[in-house]
Design a protein around this ligand. Structure first.
Ligand SMILES: *Cc1c(COP(=O)(O)O)cnc(C)c1O
Length: 482
């Protein structure tokens, strides 16, 4: 954890001649908002009252981020850090984007929230329409909710109910197939299809059990076992579909890259192959693009790269460009039609999330799609992806970096005790966390996945900023593995 000395060192170490755009330069001269005593009090209250996600509170050392500008975050001391995790994989066009700020303010001047239970709102309607336009073909219906886990729960329950009400009904289709080391959120249904056992094994008695097929995205740094080949993985899916013929409601997967697993990149053709098997066995396909959606892999949605249109597309994180919590589950007319009927037919989807379709979130999400279009954001990505590839190749040569995996504008670096054997560090040493904390003192905020250090910046990051970020991460890894 960061000692006082380290924090002090951070401020010295952040180079004053780092490349900054105009906005950042202006930001640097802004006064520090909090006096020292006030900050100490906030840190104390943070430690005493705020229970942080995925954090051992006994070890927790507060770092209070007070504002952001573009790809940068600024703490209460005025120290600046590149947002190397896109604020937990959400931020797309950068912080304080003028157009997103304006869209939010304009909507707030009309109404902040109205329910979507039987009522509607022009902004949410327009956003749904635009989502359908950018989504892969066939996805015409949009169910809004509040976070990624809820988008997954929605898809799982819709898929389950679909088979009960399909023509003809297939009520034996009650099982779900998921990929090994999958992560689909932390609610009980989402962990039922999840496979990151170090988080979820304890809660298994509380939920259902998906049938798991091995991920072809490894090799698994924890066990060192090599990933199955493309052909082996597809054969495993087919074996499950055959062994459970007529029993599988849906297969759920993150397309192209499993993020929380440790940036597991699938071999080309896996998604396409799985989609074909689903079609052949009449299994619904749920794609979880909560993390991969909105440009992260280089295309608007990852599934476009293998020309796959799923039955359900789950979106969250980047849906509002990282401004507000919102999620969406997109599905097809076929699924929708199975839920139509009179009130007495009881075919309604009795499920909802109170803030679903929230107008403030919808306004920002809609404007984000406008920014994608007007600023040609997707066209701007190839040089950034290429620059990240160059940095990744350099970092891969470090003595304690093993496998490196990249997909679009995200890269993961496995820290290893022995580069020749690929032997990892004992997990108790928290090398990934130590490297990430050390990167702070070099001016970047990143969050690891176990002993995999991750670079996942906002799409709006400039090439100069990307250089700074990669250098900070490289320095952090060197500090933590020296
Ligand atoms: C983050 C994430 C989720 C869960 O989203 P929350 O908003 O945290 O509930 C689900 N699936 C994937 C792939 C994710 O990365």
């Amino acid at each position: 954890m960061l000692s006082k000395e380290t924090l002090e060192a951070c401020s010295r170490l952040i180079p004053s001649d780092q490349p900054l755009d105009e906005r950042n330069t202006r930001n640097r001269s802004m006064p520090v908002a909090f006096a020292r005593g006030q900050q100490d009090l906030l840190r104390q209250w943070d430690r005493e009252h705020v229970w942080h996600a995925f954090t051992q509170m006994q070890d927790y050392e507060p770092l209070l981020i007070e504002r952001g500008e573009g790809a940068w975050l600024v703490d209460t001391d005025g120290r600046r850090y590149l947002d190397g995790s896109a604020s937990m994989w959400c931020t797309v066009h950068g912080h304080r984007h003028p157009r997103l700020d304006a869209a939010l303010a304009a909507q707030a001047a009309k109404v902040a929230h109205t329910t979507n239970l039987g009522l509607s709102n022009p902004t949410a309607v327009e956003f749904a329409r635009r989502l359908v336009e950018v989504a892969p073909p066939g996805l015409e219906k949009v169910f809004f909710s509040g976070d990624g886990s809820s988008a997954i729960e929605t898809a799982l329950k819709m898929a389950f109910q679909f088979w009960i009400q399909a023509a003809p009904p297939q009520p034996r289709r009650t099982r779900f197939v998921a990929i090994g080391e999958a992560y689909h959120g932390d609610t009980l249904g989402a962990i039922g299809v999840g496979g990151v056992d170090r988080f979820t094994a304890m809660f298994q008695p509380l939920t259902f059990h998906a049938i798991r097929v091995p991920s072809p995205g490894g090799p698994c740094p924890a066990t060192g076992t090599p990933a199955p080949s493309l052909a082996e993985s597809l054969a495993a899916v087919e074996r499950v579909f055959t062994a459970h013929a007529g029993e599988v409601a849906a297969l759920i997967m993150e397309p192209l890259v499993q993020m929380a697993a440790g940036i597991y990149v699938h071999p080309p053709g896996f998604l396409r192959g799985v989609a074909e098997l689903c079609r052949r066995h009449d299994v619904l396909l749920i794609l979880d693009e909560v993390a991969t959606g909105f440009g992260r892999t280089g295309t608007m949605f990852a599934c476009e790269q293998e020309q796959v249109s799923p039955d359900f597309l789950c979106l969250a994180k980047g849906l509002t460009a990282g401004y507000l919590p919102m999620a969406a589950t997109l599905t097809t007319g076929r699924v929708w039609n199975a839920f139509l009927g009179t009130h007495a037919d009881r075919r309604t989807f009795f499920h909802g999330h109170t803030y679903g379709g929230n107008p403030l979130a919808a306004a920002v999400g809609l404007e984000s799609l406008n920014v994608f279009r007007d600023d040609r954001v997707l066209e701007s990505l190839p040089p950034k992806i290429e620059r990240l590839r160059e940095h990744a190749a350099r970092i891969a040569r470090l003595d304690h970096v093993g496998a490196v995996r990249q997909c679009g504008l995200v890269a993961g670096f496995d820290l290893v005790a022995d580069k020749t054997t690929g032997q990892g560090y004992p997990w108790q040493e928290k090398r990934g966390m130590r490297a990430s904390l050390a990167a702070r003192s070099h001016g970047a905020l990143v969050r690891p996945l176990g002993d995999t250090v991750v670079i996942m910046p906002p799409l709006s990051i400039t090439l100069d900023e990307l250089d700074h970020l990669a250098a900070a991460v490289e320095a952090g890894i060197l500090d933590a593995t020296a």
